[in-house]
Design a protein around this ligand. Structure first.
Ligand SMILES: CC(C)(COP(=O)(O)OP(=O)(O)OC[C@H]1O[C@@H](n2cnc3c(N)ncnc32)[C@H](O)[C@@H]1OP(=O)(O)O)[C@@H](O)C(=O)NCCC(=O)NCCS
Length: 154
């Protein structure tokens, strides 16, 4: 098993997070928004980083959305995919939700993003809706939810 170090991250990780985000996202978050998010200290949202030999290889972000944990983002550097890094981050994000006494998690995923949908389905997420033109480029999202704590894939 490829184990990574997972911990909270803040503004010091801005460049590394932005680099991973820019590698995959056709419409990456604007750097200033990311900077604002990483500087927030309101107890309502957080970023987690996954490090291998001190290098950031992936990150995840979540926030409280009423009684649910909303997973805002999850991305792994292309060189480190299919090694269980996203799974480790997802479990850590879900653990935060449990600590916040939330009973379910929700997220939006691109309709075309079969890779991420496969990951989420493995952890018990199911499609419960679709949001038209959710993304800046006009693509729809699937809304997926799962109960917390997450089930481990078989
Ligand atoms: C989707 C993503 C986060 C998966 O990260 P990862 O670290 O490779 O995922 P894991 O190794 O933990 O995969 C766990 C399981 O998810 C499924 N999965 C992950 N990537 C997959 C792929 N490319 N094709 C099919 N299934 C996939 C598989 O069931 C996999 O288990 P397996 O490798 O034993 O078959 C990664 O591909 C990524 O960063 N993509 C770009 C960013 C993105 O799309 N984020 C989602 C935003 S909603």
């Amino acid at each position: 098993m490829f184990l990574v170090d997972i911990d909270f991250c803040g503004i010091e990780a801005l460049d590394e997070i932005f680099a991973i985000e820019s590698l995959y996202n056709p419409t990456p978050w604007i750097r200033a928004w990311l900077e604002r998010d990483l500087n927030l200290d309101n107890g309502l949202s957080c970023y987690l980083g996954a490090r291998y030999r001190k290098n950031l290889v992936g990150f995840g972000a979540c926030r409280r959305q009423k009684k649910r944990l909303y997973i805002m983002n999850l991305a792994i550097h292309p060189h480190y995919r299919r090694r269980g890094v996203a799974s480790q981050l997802l479990l850590a994000l879900a653990e935060i939700g449990t600590t916040w006494e939330l009973r379910s998690a929700t997220l939006d995923v691109r309709e075309s993003n079969g890779d991420a949908q496969a990951l989420y389905r493995g952890f018990g997420f199911r499609v419960v809706g679709r949001t038209r033109a959710y993304y800046q480029d006009g693509e729809d999202s699937y809304v997926m939810t799962a109960s917390l704590p997450l089930v481990l894939p078989r």
